[in-house]
Design a protein around this ligand. Structure first.
Ligand code: KE4
Length: 425
């Protein structure tokens, strides 16, 4: 056995499935996961010394590539002052000011330690603010492992074949209504059937946990209109797309203003983080001001704040979004031309530095179409790419990410491999 296999055998004895997060287990793509020893730029180095061009980027945070020197320096400087205080600290004020500067919908914000905490808190806040119970989510969207949102969820839940997790009680699930993404008429019917009872709608504006699905023209605006009409809190879960698609996240691409926004990943620069924010009259319902309780020992942790501030300040300075979109288009065009040459039906939805692959004749607009795509082709492509030094997400129900560190030799190398991978199918 090689080093990763030995590590995995040890892990399997003491960590459920050998992993601390299910999607890492390679269960849907076969084989056993490699263990990462180190990461730099666009590359991971495995415990066996193999270098891989990384399109997972720790599931989104590493938009500057791994081990970015500016982020590393910021953490080092913060570390000299201690790791955690349990009191307010200057960096969390700077982080809040920066988030408000970048994200138009956010007028007050609270930090958490994960995206899950952010979405969990946002739906509790929507319920506390409206006094209503029901929440609408969309099939295939994943908002972290929140009980009430593990209903028809994507990402690892879907990958493991249990989009409706065990352990979520019928009572909890009863207050979660599931709608179809990109289907406004069906959503309007759910609102009509539950008049006055919908506290909030939570949506990934660009669903990226079922592969990547792009919003139809007018869908997000229609969503906004329905929520406004029914007095329902519109929550954009931008844990993944926040600071990824633009400094304003989805709001940099669409003139749609949600009531609450959830953030994570990039704003932690690779350290544990989440945040939620939005309208003042909603956020002021939070303890200690209002009746909605929410808390966290390490919320606003100075190391995570330092790393996140460095990551976002670098985005503000570089404004790399045009470059990242060009990288995304190059990968998309490489994959589509190889599939055309091979005569294989392939969709490659792409927005900025995010893309995914659906082996499907038609454009994928919702969950049912996503899961009807050819998973075997994806698994074969994943394996070919990995064997040739390129790491894609170990599930067809995820999204690939690019970083500025991919520019140059790594994107050239990766496109050559991805082209050959499609042609090998
Ligand atoms: P975390 O609790 O994992 O920090 O964030 C949960 C979350 C919330 N909202 C969205 C849109 C997300 O994509 C996520 C987490 N993303 C997954 C990847 N699809 C994390 C990877 C994992 O679960 O190991």
């Amino acid at each position: 056995m090689n080093a990763s296999e030995q590590l995995f055998q040890r892990a399997l004895q003491i960590i459920p499935g050998g992993v601390n997060s299910p999607v890492r287990a390679f269960r849907s793509v076969g084989g056993t996961p490699f263990f990462t020893q180190s990461a730099n730029g666009a590359r991971l180095t495995t415990a066996d010394g193999q270098e891989l061009v990384d399109f997972v980027l720790t599931w989104g945070p590493a938009i500057h590539g791994h081990n970015d020197p500016d982020i590393r320096q910021a953490i080092k400087e913060a570390l000299e002052r201690g790791t955690s205080f349990g009191t307010p600290n200057p960096l969390e004020v700077e982080m809040a000011e920066m988030i408000l500067q970048c994200v138009p919908a956010i007028k007050k914000v609270r930090m958490t330690n994960s995206g899950t905490e952010a979405t969990m808190s946002a739906i509790r806040l929507a319920r506390g603010y409206t006094g209503r119970s029901k929440i609408i989510k969309f099939s295939g969207c994943y908002h972290g492992h929140v009980d009430s949102l593990l209903v028809k969820a994507g990402s690892g839940a879907l990958t493991q074949g249990n989009p409706d997790s065990a352990g979520v009680t019928a009572g909890t699930a009863a207050d979660t209504l599931v709608a179809e993404y990109n289907n406004l008429p069906a959503l309007a019917e759910i609102f009509a059937a539950n008049a006055g009872a919908i506290a909030g709608v939570i949506v990934e504006p660009y669903p990226a946990n079922v592969g990547l699905i792009l919003p139809d023209e007018g869908f997000l605006a229609g969503l906004r209109e329905l929520c406004t009409k029914h007095g329902t809190v519109l929550i954009f879960d931008e844990v993944m797309t926040g600071f990824r698609l633009s400094l304003a996240g989805t709001q940099g691409l669409h003139a749609v203003v949600p009531d609450l926004v959830c953030l994570g990943k990039i704003i932690g620069g690779g350290l544990p983080v989440g945040a939620f924010g939005g309208k003042v009259e909603i956020m002021d319902k939070l303890a200690p001001l209002g009746p909605v309780y929410q808390a966290g020992t390490l919320s606003g942790n100075p190391l995570a704040m330092a790393a996140g501030l460095a990551a976002v300040r670098k985005l503000q300075k570089q404004n790399p979004y045009g470059r990242l979109n060009a990288l995304g288009q190059r990968v998309r065009d490489t994959l589509l031309s190889a599939a055309k040459a091979k005569g294989i039906p392939l969709q490659v939805p792409q927005v900025g530095s995010m893309f995914s692959l659906f082996f499907n004749e038609q454009k994928v607009r919702n969950y049912d179409q996503a899961i009807a795509s050819n998973g075997d082709h994806y698994r074969k492509l994943f394996r070919y790419a990995l064997d040739h030094g390129v790491y894609l997400a170990p599930s067809p129900y995820e999204t690939a990410f690019l970083s500025t560190a991919h520019e140059g030799v790594d994107i050239d190398r990766a496109c050559t491999v991805l082209d050959a991978a499609v042609r090998s199918l």
